[in-house]
Write a protein that binds this ligand. Sequence first.
Ligand code: ZN
Length: 127
Amino acid sequence: MPGRGPRSSRRDPWRVFKYSPRAEVLNRAGGRCEGAFILFWGRCGNAAAEADHVFPYSKGGPTVVSNAQALCKSHNLRKGNMIPPWWYIRGLEKRRHSYFPEGSDVRVFAVMTAEDVGARERPSGRL
Ligand SMILES: [Zn+2]
């Protein structure tokens, strides 16, 4: 999907979602996995276990909430290091309309904001 992927291959110094970003990713999904049953465009019924990168970290996807999805253990295991095809992102965003909190942005952006960059430069390394 043009314009949504990482703008550089430089890796985010933050490897994993933790503390408040992780909580935010799991909460906006209602604690449930955002993975799909591909055939029906339905949503996985399992509890979310992990905050996962939509655009893989190894492919330059930053550790930001806009590049995150809540996944159950099995969806997390099944997902390799593939860059997601456009239809995967479209499906995810479409499903999100039914469960994201009112006013939340359902779109995936694997891009760091100025605020994200600033947080990484702060010596404490915390948001
Ligand atoms: Zn799942």
